[in-house]
Design a protein around this ligand. Structure first.
Ligand code: EPU
Length: 341
């Protein structure tokens, strides 16, 4: 079975939404946990460097990869419990995230509507704790199943074990690369409460004169906003936000606000302040600008776009130039958000 599973020298340009050219020395598409077990049992396994690939929508390929790419294509989705206070829904890691969100809404299980149209897979969602329009995935997460790639052991992680943070989890930190997530279970609370506190969502609903939105109305509003502000990755190569919104100390914020009173900011529970990276980048004059084949999207300065034929080094060159500008003008360090390989 392993001989049929393993492919050599596989191009990855169609498997990353930035459309970057790179090749994997070894490649295997995983549709069942049993296939993974067969690979882990191979004698060569421990000598191969591994990389787990989902939808490739939060990934920058900086060059060819000399190891084994494990492309997660595990499917399946079902209601596993209809409890008094929640619907418990489970999905295979390879399921498309947006299709999964739409399916839950069609079934009458609301709760994920604010996360509509986020590219990528269900299995990648916990890795960076996807979030948008006033909701983070962590708030709807119950548990995930994973395989430890060093031992082959199957492990369940609850919310605490995942150590979710802003665009962060244990899978981006010390557990990075060690586990392959096979399925995720969500807890969608009853009764459902609409989340419309994000200004863009509130104004979109107001424009449509919807005072009492259904979950589908919110999904449609989010889809409309995303379609206006973010490039469609099937048409223009991109990975969504390229940098995290930086979180600075209160004292740093006060110093910045004195010079830039209109700086958008979000107070954090711990006294620190989150700044809008898109605004900082725009103020440095980068919005709509191009450096070689990579550009800064004209509707959202936090998004870098492939103008055609970009390579990993072109993306890094523009990202570095933006980081230097923001550092020079504001003294703030921008941290890239996607995974770099
Ligand atoms: N802004 C500008 N200029 C820009 C872009 C933004 O001035 O070019 C300002 C906006 O006017 C607003 C503020 O910055 O005051 C925030 O902008 P926006 O609402 O568009 O959100 P964001 O902070 O840029 C974050 C997430 C997005 C998510 C949206 C909506 C991160 C890194 N990004 O973007 O997530 O969709 O909020 O919740 O947290 C992603 O992670 O890939 C992603 C797209």
């Amino acid at each position: 079975m392993t001989a049929r599973l393993l492919k050599r020298d596989v191009p990855l340009h169609h498997l990353n939404t930035f459309g970057l050219p790179a090749r994997a020395a070894w490649f295997a598409a995983i549709t069942t946990p049993a296939q993974l077990a067969a690979l882990i049992a191979m004698p060569e396994w421990r000598y191969l460097e591994r990389f787990v690939l989902g939808g490739g929508s939060n990934l920058i390929l900086t060059g060819d990869f000399d190891g084994l790419v494990l492309h997660v294509r595990i499917s399946g989705r079902q209601l596993i419990a209809d409890e008094e206070n929640a619907w418990i829904v489970r999905a295979g890691a390879g399921e498309n995230w947006h299709d999964f969100v739409c399916w839950t809404l069609e079934q009458g299980w609301p709760g994920l509507e604010n996360l509509a149209l986020i590219p990528g897979t269900v299995g990648a969602a916990p890795v960076q704790n996807i979030g948008a329009y006033g909701l983070e995935m962590a708030e709807r997460f119950q548990a995930l199943e994973a395989v430890d790639l060093t031992t082959g052991e199957r492990i369940t992680f609850d919310r605490r074990a995942c150590r979710f943070g802003y665009r962060d989890s244990v899978f981006k930190q010390e557990a990075g690369g060690r586990y392959l997530i096979t399925a995720v279970t969500f807890r969608l609370p009853k009764p459902w409460q609409p989340l419309t506190r994000y200004a863009d969502v509130a104004s979109e609903l107001e424009t449509k004169r919807i005072a009492h939105p259904t979950a589908r109305d919110i999904a449609d509003a989010v889809i409309a906003i995303r379609s206006r502000k973010l490039p469609d990755p099937t048409r223009i190569g991109n990975v969504g936000s390229f940098f995290k919104n930086p979180i600075v100390d209160g004292a740093v914020f006060l110093r910045l606000a004195a010079g830039f009173p209109e700086l958008p900011h979000y107070q954090q529970a711990d006294g620190r302040v989150k700044l809008a990276a898109g605004w900082l980048i725009e103020r440095c004059g980068w919005k709509g600008k191009q450096l070689g084949p990579v550009g800064v999207y004209e509707q959202q300065a936090l998004v870098l776009v492939n103008g055609g034929g970009a390579r990993g080094e072109d993306v890094l060159r523009l990202a570095n130039a933006i980081q230097q500008s923001v550092q020079a003008m504001f003294g703030v360090t921008l941290e890239p958000e996607p995974v770099m390989l």
